[in-house]
Design a binder for this molecule. Structure first.
Ligand SMILES: [Zn+2]
Length: 84
C-alpha cells in the first residue's frame, strides 16, 4: 500500500468512536515509545499508530500497528490509558 507523501500523518477514519488515530510513518518516528498493550518498545524509525481520546492530545499513546488493531478489535483501546 503506498501513500502520497504529506506533511501531516495520514488519518485512518473512525475505527474507535471518540478517538483520534493517526499513522506515524517510520521517518517521522524520531523517538522511541512504549506500546501500552504489549509494553514493548517501539523503536525510533518504526512506523506506528498514535491515538488519543478526541480533544485530549495529552492522553495520546503510541502503539505498534498490530497492537492497535488488536486493541481495537478487542475493544480495549479506552482501557489502555493507565500505563506507566
Ligand atoms: Zn505493542
Amino acid at each position: 500500500m503506498s501513500r502520497p507523501p504529506t506533511d501531516g500523518p495520514s488519518h485512518a477514519p473512525g475505527e474507535v468512536p471518540g478517538y483520534e488515530e493517526h499513522l506515524v510513518p517510520g521517518f517521522r518516528a524520531l523517538k522511541a515509545y512504549v506500546c501500552p498493550t504489549c509494553t514493548q518498545p517501539i523503536a525510533a524509525g518504526t512506523g506506528h499508530v498514535v491515538a488519543w481520546p478526541a480533544g485530549l492530545t495529552e492522553e495520546r499513546r503510541h502503539w505498534h500497528r498490530h497492537c492497535w488493531r488488536l486493541a481495537v478489535r478487542r475493544g480495549r483501546v479506552t482501557g489502555a490509558r493507565d500505563v506507566r
